[in-house]
Design a protein around this ligand. Structure first.
Ligand code: ADP
Ligand code: MG
Length: 245
């Protein structure tokens, strides 16, 4: 069994002639929250599409808990929970109905599903609202439901694609805190794509992606000292604009 929840090796991908990812190598360990930091167009969503098998790449390898997503798709994808960039809840169904459907897709019995739904919604302070239609929820609450949904089948790796963009500050804080706690307490591996560098925690690992290339990687502190920068904001502008400070 691989020590990595996610192991990406020498991954490249192009849309026609346009290179979107160029020889990307990323490892995420259990219990580790890795921030995939990159401006719009860096290739973050493309990377997620490859991890989730929405796209296929002939160049490189992606493994989830040691299972190759190409040759062992079923086992690999069972280890994965995903919150996509765009909301993917049905607005006309209730919170519980959305979650039950997803649990059924993962083969959970109704009894197990209802227990898991309660557990995850309670943790996010959303259990009281389980009978409401998703349409009635604000953006932050929809995101909480999506995070709960992604965790129902107890994945080893949680992928979040810009989950906090467009949310107000208190809603963002709830989500940032919750996901960091999950990684720490449940030994979950997290890959969190964002272009908001203030979401990086002191203990987080960091992958800086720009124009499909990994520009820096490691714990925030070591990436800062390796690049001679003093903050994530300074690092981000130096790496993405090619400026030295
Ligand atoms: P990010 O999620 O970091 O904003 P994307 O992965 O969406 O970046 O995009 C990476 C690059 O690939 C961008 O230059 C984007 O314009 C291009 N791209 C994304 N999706 C497509 C597509 N379906 N067809 C062609 N080019 C695409
Ligand atoms: Mg994107």
């Amino acid at each position: 069994m691989s020590r990595y929840a996610l192991n990406i090796a020498e991954l490249s991908f192009a849309y026609g002639q346009k290179k979107a990812l160029d020889n990307v190598n990323i490892q995420v360990e259990p219990g580790e929250c890795t921030i995939l930091l990159g401006p719009n167009g860096a290739g973050k969503s493309t990377l997620f599409a490859l991890i989730t098998r929405l796209y296929d790449s002939r160049l490189g390898r992606i493994e989830l808990c040691g299972y190759d997503v190409k040759t062992n798709s079923r086992q690999a994808l069972a280890k994965l929970g995903v919150v996509f960039q765009q909301t993917t809840l049905d607005p006309d169904l209730s919170v519980t109905q959305n979650l039950r459907y997803h649990a059924a897709l993962h083969g959970l019995s109704q009894k197990t599903a209802d227990l898991r739904i309660q557990e995850e919604l309670e943790r996010l302070d959303m259990y009281e609202r389980r009978h409401e239609k998703v349409r009635q929820l604000n953006g932050g609450h929809k995101r909480r439901v999506e995070i709960a949904r992604a965790l129902l089948h107890k994945p080893s790796l949680l992928l979040l694609d810009e989950p906090s963009v467009g949310l107000d500050v208190p809603s963002r804080e709830v989500i940032v805190r919750h996901v960091h706690q999950l990684a720490g307490r449940q030994n979950l591996a997290v890959l969190w794509a964002t272009h908001l560098f203030d979401e990086i925690g002191a203990d987080d690992s960091l992958v800086v992606l720009d124009k499909g290339v990994v520009k820096a990687q490691g714990k925030l502190s070591s990436v800062l000292s390796a690049t001679g920068t003093s903050s994530a904001g300074q690092l981000f502008s130096q790496l993405t604009q090619g400026k030295s400070s």
